[in-house]
Write a protein that binds this ligand. Structure first.
Ligand code: PGA
Length: 251
């Protein structure tokens, strides 16, 4: 199967006000020459309207960092898939380890969010990955694959062509401790095999990303691994210069 287009997904986390996002987008727009990789900004929901306006016609895609598992109604504080879609988002990150940890999101909830994203016409970027203790016990593959299976509950084969999976080992997030390209490939390959087992041919074609301290200098090597189809980037997503560096390195 040919490799899908590389996705450089920029996870801003809880950074940048709408004014800051606007200034950032204008700076990016002046300097960006998109290359082989698709670029998507996973921004705070409140920034998306401005980003959508200032980045229109650039080819840069947008995504939310979370989405409600409910369609609409009495869910104070939640953002629905329809709302994200309406401001121009293509993606919604679900099950980021920070949401699993600080908001006690179980894989069952994550699966509900992924299904809601799909029904609302968004591509869910479903995050999985083990913590340090699990890695040190040598159980990272089985732990991550269990989390993956539970986070895919109820997703049909026909909708699975629209999902993205991101492997993000928690010990590598924001720590500067990147998994080696071989570590990333080991898990992304295991995830692809599991997806093929669960979803057949469609599963084998799902885009699988690696995330955890990716930046200019390591992005190209990681994304060149046979089973890695892109990166989910946090810290290095905040400065225009480092984004341009990664885009250039991806060719
Ligand atoms: P990092 O974050 O690039 O700062 O490690 C990645 C992520 O949390 O998605």
């Amino acid at each position: 199967m040919p490799k899908p287009q590389t996705l450089l997904a920029l996870n801003w986390k809880m950074n940048k006000t709408p004014s800051e996002a606007t200034a950032w987008a204008n700076d990016l727009k002046e300097k960006l020459h998109l290359g082989a990789a698709e670029v998507a900004i996973m921004a705070p929901a409140i920034d998306l309207q401005a980003l959508s306006w200032f980045l229109k016609d650039t080819g840069v895609q947008l995504g939310g960092q979370d989405v409600s598992q409910h369609e609409s109604g009495a869910y104070t504080g939640e953002i629905s898939a329809a709302m994200l879609k309406d401001v121009g988002a293509k993606y919604a990150v679900v099950g980021h380890s920070e949401r699993r940890e600080y908001h006690a999101e179980s894989s069952q909830v994550v699966a509900g969010k992924a299904r809601a994203a799909l029904s609302g016409g968004l591509v869910p970027v479903i995050c999985v990955g083990e913590g340090l203790e699990v890695r040190e016990r040598g159980e990272h593959v089985s732990y991550t694959l269990d989390q993956l299976r539970d986070s895919l509950a109820g997703i049909t084969i026909s909708s699975a062509a629209q999902i993205v999976v991101a492997y993000e080992p928690v010990w590598a997030i924001g720590t500067g401790r990147t998994a080696t390209a071989a570590d990333a490939e080991e898990l992304c390959g295991a995830i692809r095999n599991a997806l093929s087992g669960l979803l057949g041919e469609v599963g084998g074609g799902v885009q699988v990303l690696y995330g955890g301290s990716v930046k200019g200098g390591n992005v190209a090597e990681i994304c060149a691994q046979p089973n890695v189809n892109g990166a989910l980037v946090g810290g290095a997503a905040l400065e225009v210069a480092s984004v341009l560096e990664m885009v250039a390195e991806l060719g």
